[in-house]
Design a protein around this ligand. Sequence first.
Ligand code: HMG
Ligand code: MG
Length: 298
Amino acid sequence: GLPGRVRIYEVGARDGLQNEKAVVPVEVKAEFIRRLAATGLGTIEATSFVHPKWVPQLADAEQLYPEVADLPVELPVLVPNERGLDRALALGARRVAVFASATESFAKANLNRTVDEALAMFEPVVARAKAQQVGVRGYLSMCFGDPWEGPVPVPQVVKVCRALLDMGCDELSLGDTIGVATPGHVQALLTALREAGVPVSVIGVHFHDTYGQALSNTLTALQQGVTTVDSSAGGLGGCPYAKSATGNLATEDLVWMLQGLGIDTGVDLGRLVATSVWMAAHLGRPSPSRTVRALSHQ
Ligand code: HMG
Ligand code: MG
């Protein structure tokens, strides 16, 4: 069966904008997040407290976060280490996310660490966040395929998921960073996680649409009991440290499918499309989302 309600975890302002060549002015980012909140989205990832040289597009996190902190929505932020956590906590962040990799190649490229060194870096971050009742998400990248290593073995992914949960993460996000997953692979990973004792209630899915499989993969995950889905308004996105990553699953495409299935999201699709059209004008190119294109005149 399918869930009655799906929690959409909006990543456009972070995963989307981190990959833009042009740096988007902080006022435009704040307006983007405010408009997203007005569509009914309840969880909007705002930014990352990472090294500004690694992700220059999000170097304005200190300016941006206070501009949106009063919105009545969840505003998680990425923190790779204690330095990032300090920066986030200083601004009153109540939800953070660490981001691990299932492969050594991407751990090195994204975090300058081995997989185990990265997990060791996250441990005090998670412990300190939990001690302050700050919610912690554990992202896991390259859960299906890796641009350097090819297909990623399911047991390798399960092992890092377990490590993230054991250190205290409240939820996981299974990342198909480069968008190569197909439904059978999604089903195999979710089955293996269930067999490893990971409750489906803590699992979110994070698909990129490189090969046009993101919606099929999402539907497969919903059929397996997943109720948290990451997506990006207008299909913005990618990852600066994974060359072949293109945009995330578009939130509009997701909402269109869920509405058709009679699944509640709380999102006003018309307002969301208008927001992505507005953002596309700022970025100087049309949204790649099929639903945005169908419902607008861009
Ligand atoms: P490093 O070079 O190993 O850093 O980078 P370090 O620990 O050796 O520290 C070097 C210097 O950086 C020090 O300064 C630190 O203070 C400073 P110095 O003493 O030399 O003056 N520093 C910081 N400054 C500000 N904020 C910080 C911070 N940390 C250290 N947080 C590091 C290691 C983790 C910092 C770096 O690799 C990094 O920032 N990586 C972030 C990469 C990133 O954000 N990638 C995109 C997000 S992941 C993603 O998009 C995938 C996802 O969407 C899911 C999916 O699709 O798969 C989530
Ligand atoms: Mg991503």
